[in-house]
Design a protein around this ligand. Structure first.
Ligand SMILES: *Cc1c(COP(=O)(O)O)cnc(C)c1O
Length: 341
């Protein structure tokens, strides 16, 4: 296949418009047929529910070229289920999970020329999302919705090598108990913008959020789950109802136990115990795992992997194993790899 003439190794993580996107509209209580469109723009009325009351949620996953020349994506069924959960919590109609996966596949197929070649480290980021589209003034859910899937080629996450991240414990909160922290709603990101800009201005890469009820337990960062390695070499990750259930994190825990024989545990993690951990990483679709070098807890600096300028040994094994599974270099658990082309 003739690929687009893009500088795959230097595209970075930003939006590049591709040729096709998937669009389906919900009206009078039902989804229409849905299909591909070449129109990247959306025309909305000035009072559209999403613009006034932020009724929207999204997903994120990647398609990429594998060692054996295929185009695949990773566990899209879990994105479909998570989006259905987000929709129910946001009072939006669920887009049927099977159709969600079909829409992802159709969008990637139509944009196959934008899927970066194997070995570049780049991939095609896929963004399914939904929003309330009709005019709503009194506070209530919309009646009409649009579901879309667009994609954008993105560059390798670790361009120019791995640099362990410098995080801080945030004084802002991300998610309230019984709130929306466990779903992928745009509103969770809107309210994190102030904190992330403030963190960047002060020289940190990301905010670590605590549980907002007691501010004694670690939750996650603005856009990634967090995992730690204990002195014994086990993996621990916070358990909480207000954390977004990362597909990468869930996959890593299974890889740890089933592939590497590493014990993995989900439990409450108190802020006071993190200084006893030997490694720390952030996990999400974008990077799989990015190693964390330090966490600044109000002037007390906690250092992981002895402050080395690389991934720690356990995080590295996890990263390399999941990456090899994704790239079809080693066998994947059943159902993890969705072949597209
Ligand atoms: C999307 C997201 C993640 C990562 O989830 P993946 O499914 O692994 O990409 C983690 N935390 C938050 C808050 C997120 O929005």
């Amino acid at each position: 296949m003739q690929k687009k003439d893009l500088d795959w190794k230097n595209i970075g993580f930003g939006y590049t418009q591709t040729d096709y996107r998937y669009v389906s509209n919900y009206k009078n209580g039902a989804w229409d047929e849905g299909g591909l469109s070449t129109d990247a723009n959306i025309v909305l009325g000035e009072c559209a529910c999403v613009l006034q009351y932020a009724q929207t949620c999204f997903e994120g996953l990647k398609a990429y070229s594998t060692a054996d020349g295929k185009i695949v994506c990773f566990r899209p069924d879990l994105n479909a289920t998570r989006m259905a959960d987000s929709c129910r919590r946001m009072k939006m109609p669920v887009f049927p999970e099977e159709k969600f996966v079909e829409a992802v596949v159709e969008t990637v197929k139509a944009n196959a020329q934008f899927v970066p070649p194997y070995g570049t480290g780049a991939s095609l980021y896929i963004r399914p999302y939904m929003f309330g589209a009709d005019a709503i003034l009194g506070v209530k859910p919309a009646n009409e919705f649009q579901f879309r899937v667009f994609c954008s080629p993105v560059g390798p996450y670790f361009k120019g090598g791995v640099k362990p991240l410098h995080l801080r414990i945030s004084d802002y909160d991300r998610a309230a108990p019984r709130g929306t922290g466990h779903i992928k709603a745009g509103l969770n990101y809107a309210m994190s913008l102030y904190a992330i800009v403030d963190a960047h201005e002060k020289g940190y890469d990301e905010n670590v959020y605590l549980d907002s009820a007691t501010r004694t337990h670690i939750e996650e960062t603005g856009g990634a789950n967090i995992i730690f390695v204990t002195k014994e070499g086990n993996i621990v990750t916070p358990k909480s109802d207000t954390i977004l259930p990362s597909i990468t994190r869930r996959s890593l825990l299974q890889v740890a136990t089933d592939y590497l024989g590493i014990k993995a545990e989900e439990r409450e993690i108190s802020i006071d115990e993190i200084s006893s951990f030997t490694e720390c990483g952030l996990c999400g679709t974008a990077a799989v795992i990015s190693p964390v070098g330090t966490i600044d807890d109000h002037g007390k600096i906690i250092t992981f992997n002895e402050g080395k300028n690389e991934m720690g040994p356990v995080i590295k094994r996890l990263y390399e194993t999941l990456r090899a599974i994704q790239m079809c270099e080693i066998p994947a658990p059943k159902g993890w790899i969705k072949e597209i082309l």
